[in-house]
Design a protein around this ligand. Structure first.
Ligand SMILES: [Mg+2]
Length: 205
C-alpha cells in the first residue's frame, strides 16, 4: 500500500509543547482541546508579527529538532516499511524547515524508510495534503487535524485520525479514529484486505 504520514502529533509529540510555550509567552491558558497550529486565528488580539516572532524563535530554539517520538511510532514505521508498504511524509511544515525535518528523521533513524518528504508551499494545509495524497494515489493517510483529515477524505482516500483533544467531533465515513500506533497498524491491515502480517495487531491498545 501507499501510505501518507503526517509528522507533528502523528510521529512526533509537538502541539502540546507548542501550546504550552504559546500560553507562557502571551500569558494565556488555552486548553489543548482548543489548541491548533493556527492558534493566532483564535487569538486575533495578538499582533500577527508578535506571533510570527514567537514561532520563529521557537524553531530557532530547536523546537522541530528536539521533538520526542510518540509511543510506538518508530516501531510502526519500521514494521510498515519491512512489510513492503511505500511510505511518504506529508507535512504542513514550511519548505524552509525541510532541512530540519530531514535531520530530525535521520536522528530518529527513520529517514530511509520514506520515499519522499513533502512540505507545504503557500497553499492552505488541507489543500496541500489532499493534493499530495491524490497525486501520489495514496491508499491511506494518517493525520491528527480534523479539518485536514476531512479535506483528504473528500478525495475518497481513507484517513486514520490519531485521537487527540483538539480533533474531537463527527467524522466523515472514510475517516477512522485511532488511539495508538498499534490500532493504526490493525486498521492498515484491514484496509489491506486483512493480508498484512499484523505484527502489532495483537498488542493491547
Ligand atoms: Mg499534525
Amino acid at each position: 500500500m501507499k501510505i501518507g504520514i503526517d509528522i507533528d502529533d502523528v510521529l512526533a509529540d509537538s502541539l502540546p509543547y507548542y501550546t504550552r510555550a504559546f500560553n507562557q509567552r502571551f500569558g494565556l491558558q488555552i486548553e489543548l482541546a482548543d489548541a491548533a497550529w493556527r492558534i493566532l486565528d483564535r487569538c486575533p488580539w495578538i499582533p500577527r508579527q508578535e506571533a510570527h516572532d514567537f514561532f520563529s524563535e521557537l524553531i530557532e530554539a530547536g523546537f522541530f529538532s528536539s521533538r520526542p517520538l510518540l509511543p510506538g511510532a518508530k516501531e510502526a514505521v519500521e514494521s510498515l516499511a519491512e512489510d513492503g508498504h511505500r511510505l511518504y511524509i506529508i507535512t504542513g511544515r514550511a519548505p524552509q524547515d525541510e532541512a530540519i525535518t530531514r535531520s530530525w528523521l535521520t536522528h530518529v533513524g527513520l529517514l530511509s524508510r520514506f520515499e519522499a518528504v513533502m512540505h507545504k508551499a503557500r497553499e492552505p494545509v488541507g489543500r496541500h495534503k489532499s493534493g499530495a495524497a491524490s497525486e501520489l494515489q495514496l491508499d491511506v493517510f494518517i493525520e491528527d487535524e480534523l479539518a485536514v483529515a476531512t479535506a483528504v477524505a473528500e478525495t475518497a482516500i481513507p484517513v486514520l485520525l490519531f485521537d487527540h483533544p483538539w480533533n474531537q467531533g463527527l467524522l466523515p465515513g472514510n475517516v477512522c479514529r485511532v488511539r495508538s500506533w498499534a490500532e493504526a497498524l490493525i486498521q492498515i491491515a484491514h484496509l489491506n484486505g486483512g493480508g498484512g502480517k499484523e505484527r502489532a495487531g495483537n498488542n493491547p491498545v
